[in-house]
Design a protein around this ligand. Structure first.
Ligand SMILES: CC(=O)SCCNC(=O)CCNC(=O)[C@H](O)C(C)(C)COP(=O)(O)OP(=O)(O)OC[C@H]1O[C@@H](n2cnc3c(N)ncnc32)[C@H](O)[C@@H]1OP(=O)(O)O
Length: 403
């Protein structure tokens, strides 16, 4: 419940210096004029919370397209820079911000909100579902041979400057992101955020290296490491984007064979095929973590946006105190991959909270697993399994960039 002395409004240019300061202090960071996260800020979608005259909280919504199952581009509100000044916490600032943002996202005609969470305990209470996409933090030694069936072409991979790489990367990324569930559209400044190369963003590693293949590219930094046996540098891959499986094999082979390097680390999709490409899959170590959190803001619009794997006809009873327009019973009918959603008074086959629906929306978390976690309740036998299958996609959802 928000404190009654609090107010909230969108910001303008005059608010920016204070907005930067509050945001930086919230994140225990240095207030700098050109903080990378603020480069993409849309002022008319950025909110500040005030306690009297004092700005104490920040939050932004970015306008993006998210690829949802079926290769459909959904316009979404991407929530970012949520922060409250230390000393003003646990008085409802973030709650006020979350509620305001959800209304504003719905008013903008977007039916989905997404975010990356700084901590796992914050956002479910606001209806965001965890693990809408997950991330595999993968490390592997270099020089591993591929399985004999993996072809590597003789295509030359060229290391080039950032300036030379950018036009090509923009084009490839924009084509590939439309085909990959969980990938986002980028605006010009997104590249500056995602591939920010200021000294303070390098974490002691080198600047980015850009290597191009005719159908893809890889961007990585190097961490210099060596012992008595010589150099064993670490390649930290930022992104590997390919239009063909051949380019994927070629670029991975290139990374695995870089001289003086001892290991590769890459925050990648949980179903990155590298595991099955190398001769010894146990050499690839993986740690799983949550990536996108997804909030169904307008269920009636969001569910028909995506495509489904199989036919279903189920009544869902949805709990959503923060967005009451979503609450109640809905009949979800899928035929030939397309969904129709209508309000109904029929008894529920399955009941769930809106965060569980968000977790399952991209085909990442399975409703059958959420049922075992007591987040989804089945009233009519067989409906949870049928829905689970219908929501799955051909690939695991993956979001390669933090925003
Ligand atoms: C999308 C992004 O930008 S992610 C970045 C999030 N920001 C940060 O991590 C920066 C550091 N943290 C902060 O600025 C603040 O602590 C925030 C924004 C996380 C929370 O702000 P607050 O104003 O304290 O939250 P608020 O008072 O509205 O709390 C709402 C509820 O969330 C809970 N909550 C708030 N923060 C946390 C947390 N870090 N972990 C667990 N629960 C939390 C509160 O206890 C409260 O629970 P209740 O409804 O059961 O009473």
């Amino acid at each position: 419940m928000a404190d009654s002395a609090l107010t909230i409004r969108t910001i303008d240019d005059d608010d920016l210096p204070e907005f930067r300061r509050v945001f930086a202090w919230s994140f225990l960071d240095e207030p700098v004029d050109e903080h990378r996260w603020l480069k993409v800020l849309e002022l008319d979608r950025a909110h500040a919370v005030f306690d009297g005259d004092e700005m104490v909280g920040t939050g932004g919504i970015l306008t993006r397209e998210l690829t949802v199952p079926g290769g459909v581009q959904a316009r979404v509100g991407a929530v970012t820079v949520v922060g409250v000044k230390p000393g003003h916490r646990r008085r409802g600032m973030a709650s006020l911000l979350m509620e305001t943002q959800l209304h504003s996202i719905r008013d903008a005609g977007e039916s989905i909100a997404i975010l990356w969470a700084s901590e796992g305990g914050i956002y479910r209470r606001f209806g965001y579902g965890e693990h809408a996409s997950s991330l595999s933090m993968m490390t592997m030694p270099t020089r591993m041979p591929f399985h004999p069936g993996v072809p590597v072409s003789t295509t030359r991979i060229r290391q080039v400057t950032r300036e030379e790489a950018m036009p090509f990367m923009r084009e490839v990324h924009d084509r590939v992101r439309r085909t990959r569930t969980g990938w986002l559209s980028r605006v010009e400044q997104s590249w500056e955020v995602h591939l920010s190369d200021a000294e303070r963003d390098r974490g002691g590693l080198t600047s980015y290296r850009y290597c191009l293949h005719p159908q893809g590219y890889v961007v990585f930094r190097v961490k210099h490491e060596s012992d008595n046996g010589g150099p064993k540098h670490e390649l930290h891959v930022r992104e590997l984007v390919c239009e063909t499986e051949q380019a994927y094999a070629d670029l991975y082979r290139f990374l695995l064979d870089v001289d003086l390097a001892g290991s590769i680390s890459f925050f990648t999709a949980t179903d990155d095929p590298i595991l099955h490409m190398v001769g010894n899959p146990r050499k690839v170590r993986q740690e799983l973590t949550d990536a996108l959190w997804l909030r169904v803001v307008d269920l009636e619009k969001a569910l028909p946006l995506r495509r489904y794997q199989s036919d279903v006809d189920s009544v869902l009873e949805v709990e959503d105190p923060l967005c009451p327009w979503n609450a109640g019973r809905w009949r979800l009918t899928v035929k030939g991959g397309e969904a129709v959603v209508t309000r109904t008074d029929d008894p529920a086959d399955v009941s769930l909270d809106v965060a569980a629906l968000g977790s399952a929306y991209l085909g990442g978390a399975r409703l059958s697993v959420l049922a075992r976690a007591h987040r989804v309740v089945e009233h009519t036998a067989g409906h949870v399994d049928a829905l689970s299958f219908a929501f799955l996609g051909a690939h695991e959802p993956h979001c390669p960039e933090v925003f």
